[in-house]
Ligand binder design. Structure first.
Ligand code: BG6
Length: 464
């Protein structure tokens, strides 16, 4: 059958998830606490409907059933993460054998069902034992992370051939140290800079170890790239503000990951603020010499920027927002549940940018998706959620991915966020993202949504 949008042979079709959002916590599983377990214990009211990280979707015990559903929804590849606090309950030292058994079984089951596992090493889930000593603020965490990464490569690297050092490393910086939506909820630019630097350094060091181990796979990083569009392209001040926002939120991690250097604008600002992070003599060289093989791109929404017109918030300053204002563009298309703009062409702009300015690095869309509240409204007589809006969302984005590939971008796959409805941090189960629904009131019963059936056809036809 001739497709309107045919993708290159071998294109990866699948979805992404993370350990902390899916596995759950079970008595006797030997898992140590992460910052999420701790924070929930301290302030359960901060989490939507008080649903905490111990519940999630119980993948720890139900992965076999779930992998069958992945097959039914056309997955050829699937990304999740190894929970640091599950494998090393104290963040370093003793390995939890039950975690080794679980991840071995999960990986083997995926492979036996023809689904290639991709593994990420950090998805916002700092072990509490390390957070107590400062988490990413503390240089020792970098060493502990590299040891954790090496343990993962040693244990699972014979079968896992795609590794990622971080998922969205800017988010722990934003959430934990600037905008207060992750533990430890600080507003502290100096800490934010140090945390970001340590994450980048940890990534480069893990890449070095992986390459030295010669395991025959690839290693990369997953970044949430939010293209920054100026309010008025003809206003140089708006344009400059958008460039600074881009340096803070995109190039801060993209440049060191791909080019091994930090963006000039950011370096200048950090120096002006007298907030150059603490580092050792060869750190910059380590970052320069150990760049990624593969880039994962998460795309949900763009960023609309205008020059700074509102007064600087002195109670919080310095903040990235001292240099720009967010622009509330009239008539933008919105996902009202998550409050995020939907701008499909953004995905094309990101891919074009990687082609033109980042050596056309091998990349894939590692997350894209739409969280919707109250999806039970759309259940049909057969108990299936008819999520036509999700099919529209995915196909509208895929058309732009297709166009970028036609123009030569080296994009080799598309992963949806997410496989089955999962626990979204403080939003818990408010917004549902999956191809498969999870009925929390009914023993977490899984049912493939209409979009899951549609995705199977797309995967089988390698296009639509
Ligand atoms: C990405 C993360 O930012 O977006 C996921 O990698 C997250 O962990 C997803 O769940 C959707 O965002 P949210 O905040 O609605 O869960």
């Amino acid at each position: 059958m001739k497709m309107d949008y045919q993708f290159p042979a071998g294109f990866w079709w699948g979805s992404a998830a993370s350990g902390p959002q899916t596995e759950g916590v079970f008595e006797g599983d030997g898992k140590g606490a992460s910052i999420w377990d701790y924070w929930y214990q301290q302030e359960p009211e901060k989490f939507f409907n008080r649903v905490g990280p111990e519940k999630t979707s119980q993948v720890y015990t139900r992965y076999q059933e779930d992998i069958q559903l992945m097959k039914e929804t056309g997955h050829t590849t699937f990304r999740t993460s190894i929970q640091w606090s599950r494998l090393l309950p104290q963040g370093k030292g003793e390995v939890n054998q039950k975690a080794v058994d679980f991840y071995n079984a999960y990986i083997d089951e995926l492979i036996a069902n023809g689904i290639e596992p991709f593994m990420n090493l950090y998805h916002f889930d700092m072990p509490m034992a390390l957070q107590e000593k400062g988490g990413w603020l503390n240089r020792e965490t970098v060493d502990a992370y590299v040891a954790f990464a090496q343990t993962c490569f040693t244990l699972f690297g014979d079968r896992v051939k795609k590794w990622f050092t971080h998922n969205e490393p800017i988010v722990p910086v934003e959430g934990g140290y600037l905008y207060q939506f992750h533990y430890p909820n600080e507003i502290n630019m100096k800490h934010a800079v140090q945390v970001g630097f340590h994450e980048t350094l940890a990534s480069a060091k893990a890449i070095k170890v992986y390459h030295e181990m010669n395991l025959g796979g690839e290693i990369g990083i997953i970044l949430n790239l939010t293209p920054s569009y100026p309010r008025d392209e003809n206003d140089p001040e708006d344009v400059k503000a958008a460039q600074i926002a881009d340096a803070f939120f995109n190039r801060s991690f993209l440049d060191p990951a791909v080019k091994g250097t930090f963006p000039e604008e950011l370096v200048t600002i950090v120096k002006e603020l007298d907030m150059v992070p603490a580092m050792e003599a060869d750190d910059l060289q380590t970052i320069r010499e150990n760049t990624i093989d593969l880039l994962g791109i998460n795309y949900y929404q763009p960023r609309r920027i205008m020059k700074k017109e509102s007064p600087i918030d002195q109670a919080k300053s310095p903040m990235p927002d001292d240099y720009f204002d967010n622009y509330d563009m009239p008539n933008k298309k919105m996902n009202p549940y998550r409050g995020w703009e939907i701008y499909e062409k953004g995905i094309y702009d990101i891919l074009t940018n990687t082609r033109e300015n980042y050596g056309n690095i091998k990349c894939y869309i590692s997350e894209n998706g739409m969280g919707v509240e109250g999806e039970e409204r759309f259940v049909n007589a057969d108990g299936v959620i008819e999520d036509d809006y999700r099919i529209e969302f995915v196909s509208d984005h895929l058309k732009y991915v297709h166009q970028a590939i036609q123009e030569g971008t080296n994009c080799v796959g598309y992963h949806m966020w997410t496989c089955m409805d999962n626990w979204s941090w403080t939003n818990a189960y408010k917004n549902r993202y999956g191809f498969i629904s999870v009925d929390l009131a009914n023993d977490a019963k899984r049912t493939v949504k209409k979009s899951g059936r549609w995705f199977k056809e797309v995967s089988d036809n390698n296009g639509f």
